[in-house]
Design a protein around this ligand. Structure first.
Ligand SMILES: [Zn+2]
Length: 239
């Protein structure tokens, strides 16, 4: 359990690095982390997930610029998720597979929130690992059926955007849902409908509150990837 927790803390911290560097086209391995404003290098003892953020009150130790709270949220969410996975699967291949997929989905969510773009490489990585895993489990047809059935409704919705000249859903979301469908795999029309209901209801409620509290207007962009991530999780755990 401690191992799952530590693995989650490290992965969450690394996912934060990915979320910061991929949209900026920087290498995700080198150099080490540095502050956004004063460029001071962050020593390893100041780079301990969760604790460093709390000890430094979410600020850079030299210049005092605020570190984005989203990294802190990632550093909390990932270990919690890893613990849930550990309790349901132990340290098995399925644990590592799911931990990997959810980390990618979380990274896609946070990048979508910040930049309104879901990088293609996430979709490609998810498709490849999903396919390889299904081959390993001897049921690639389930993976394919999942990707096709979950992807089709949003693909139709996306095509419909052309006719009414208004973007209902981004193509990045379509691709992410398709890859997520392969991950969930097809298990009946009822579960498929549930997935879409959770997706649209959660996104709808969230948008309603944003508009209600006047933080956004109807025309604003709301990142869809976090809701895809949430719906995948609910579908996976409860359906
Ligand atoms: Zn600084």
């Amino acid at each position: 359990m401690i191992a799952a927790l530590i693995l989650g803390l490290i992965t969450g911290s690394f996912t934060g690095v990915i979320c910061y560097r991929i949209p900026r086209n920087e290498s995700i391995i080198f150099p080490g982390s540095k502050c956004d404003r004063c460029a001071v290098k962050i020593a390893f003892y100041r780079n301990i997930p969760v604790f460093s953020f709390l000890l430094q009150h979410g600020k850079c130790h030299r210049c005092g610029i605020k570190i984005k709270r989203s990294y802190f949220i990632l550093e909390i969410l990932t270990p919690v998720l890893f613990l849930i996975l550990y309790f349901s699967h132990g340290f098995s291949i399925i644990f590592f597979y799911k931990a990997f997929v959810y980390s990618i989905l979380l990274a896609a969510s946070f990048i979508d929130i910040e930049t309104h773009i879901i990088p293609d490489r996430f979709f490609i990585i998810l498709l490849i690992t999903g396919f390889l895993y299904s081959v390993l489990r001897n049921n690639p047809e389930n993976w394919f059926l999942g990707a096709a059935s979950y992807g089709l409704p949003v693909l139709l919705l996306y095509s419909a955007s052309d006719f009414i000249n208004k973007e209902i859903i981004g193509f990045g979301d379509v691709k992410l849902i398709c890859a997520a469908g392969g991950f969930i795999s097809y298990s009946g029309l009822k579960n498929l409908l549930w997935f879409y209901e959770i997706l649209y209801i959660s996104a709808g409620i969230f948008s309603f509150f944003l508009i209600f509290f006047r933080k956004r207007t109807l025309k604003c962009y709301v990142a869809f990837a976090p809701f895809i991530c949430f719906s995948v999780f609910i579908s996976e755990v409860y359906l």
